[in-house]
Design a protein around this ligand. Structure first.
Ligand code: BGC
Length: 431
């Protein structure tokens, strides 16, 4: 973390789009027909020390209130999931109530003048689809297509930006390689289907982690740094640019249907991962001197590394870029304020260097479910799950609102919210 008070004013291009991002399973609650719900319940029975999603933020029942709040906080765009497991809870049976629910939510956002980013698959899928082997099998494409043919014509009048599948690009196990290889094909199929119903831009959100060799002058660490980059990032960018799907560990293919199936780069960007060639799993802990303890648990985003925003985007100058996730999980909201200034400053530098970034969606609007726990709190808005799911915007939400209103940052704004740098705490480990 650099001294945030030393950062000078910066701004963003005209018509830059500001907002926040969410995922259905993480905020809606009671996503009972999803594979995630089923796995959470199974894990609990087996003595899991994680938490189940349960009612999450109860967003499913609080859509009006949440859309109202987005408007009050000045958000111009909102990324949300339309949950396949609700719409097709049983194979081939489509639920009208859930379909109408999403149409209503999207219509409410549009009435408020908020642009919609819709994710069709954000990790969770219907349990029945998971039982058939989900994206691990290309045989299942027919189910995905049937679902899309049902939902796309209904929601497309309300969608401004499409996101087919969230973050399928990470991992290096045999299973993960198959998953991501196939997901490129699912993504491309999704792209072409969407184009039959909508002329709005399509992408799939890409988790752009900067892989960083632990020892920057060590041949082995650097080779593995490059390898991790290729199998997690370059394979996707290359496939989208050329139609050639090259994923070391798999036989490559060329399919012209894959080429140019992103209209914009949808980038989820948080931090870096250290790569250590001397470890079987290649992973390394962060340097203790860059670690930032913001939560009472060990969490993978425990570093402020705004440089990753700048370094990574320079490879994406060929299409418009939208940051579809970036955010900080902390109990002390002051960290979030510092984070916003530092990451947005780096983003503005990337724009100056010619990256066509057109929008930024903070992750996340609400304190949500982080897949196995509620401890990491990413929200601009606190959710009191014990007391009627009451929403309370944090100071960072108002600070972010000022950034949106000014389409940029100046140190005068910061003074109203922060008088000194927050301190790294010695927190207990709860999980
Ligand atoms: C995912 C979100 C998740 C966030 C923070 C992203 O990789 O898309 O679902 O909550 O990171 O861990």
């Amino acid at each position: 973390m650099t001294d945030v008070f030393s950062i000078k004013a910066f701004d963003f291009p005209k018509d830059f789009l500001w907002g926040s991002a969410t995922a259905a399973h993480q905020i809606e609650g009671n996503n009972i027909y999803s594979n995630n719900w089923y796995n959470e319940q199974k894990n609990l029975k087996n003595g899991w020390n994680g938490e189940a999603s349960g009612t999450a933020c109860n967003h499913y029942n609080m859509v009006e209130e949440d859309v109202e709040l987005l408007g009050k906080l000045g958000h111009q765009a909102f990324r949300m999931g339309v949950e396949w497991a609700r719409i097709e809870p049983h194979e081939g049976e489509f639920n009208k109530e859930a379909t109408d629910h999403y149409i209503r939510e999207l219509a409410l956002l549009k009435e408020k003048g908020i642009k919609t980013f819709v994710t069709l698959v954000h990790f969770s899928v219907p349990k029945w689809f998971a039982d058939k082997g989900d994206f691990q099998s290309l045989e299942n494409l027919k189910y995905f297509e049937r679902y899309l043919n049902y939902i796309l014509p209904k929601i497309s009048p309300y969608v401004d930006f499409w996101n087919v599948i969230n973050e399928f690009n990470l991992g290096r196990s045999e299973e993960r390689l198959t998953h991501k290889f196939n997901s490129v094909i699912y993504h491309a199929r999704g792209y072409h289907l969407i184009k039959q119903f909508s002329n709005k831009p399509v992408s799939s959100a890409h988790a752009l982690v900067q892989f960083c060799g632990k020892r920057q002058n060590d041949a082995f660490d650097l080779a593995m740094q490059h390898y991790m980059d290729v199998i997690n990032h370059e394979f996707f960018f290359h496939a989208m640019r050329t139609g050639e799907l090259v994923l070391p560990g798999k036989d490559g293919i060329f399919d012209k249907e894959i080429k140019d199936t992103v209209d914009y780069w949808s980038i989820n960007l948080y931090t870096r991962e250290m790569v250590d060639a001397r470890k079987a799993d290649l992973s390394s802990k962060r340097y203790p001197f860059t670690e930032t303890r913001m939560l009472p648990m060990n969490f993978y985003l425990d570093e402020f590394y705004p440089e990753c925003m700048y370094h990574n985007l320079s490879r994406l100058k060929d299409k418009p870029v939208y940051i579809t996730e970036n955010g900080c999980s902390c109990d002390d909201d002051d960290f979030r304020i510092v984070y916003l200034v530092e990451y947005l400053c780096a983003l503005s530098e990337a724009i100056k260097d010619g990256v066509d970034v057109r929008g930024y969606l903070y992750w996340s609007f609400l304190d949500n479910y982080e897949w196995w726990t509620y401890i990491p709190r990413f929200g601009l808005v606190d959710v009191d799950r014990e007391h009627g799911f009451k929403r309370t915007p944090k100071p960072s939400a108002y600070f972010y609102k000022e950034i949106i209103e000014n389409n940029g940052y100046n140190p005068e704004m910061l003074k109203k919210y922060l008088t000194e740098m927050p301190r790294i705490k010695d927190l207990p480990i709860l999980l």
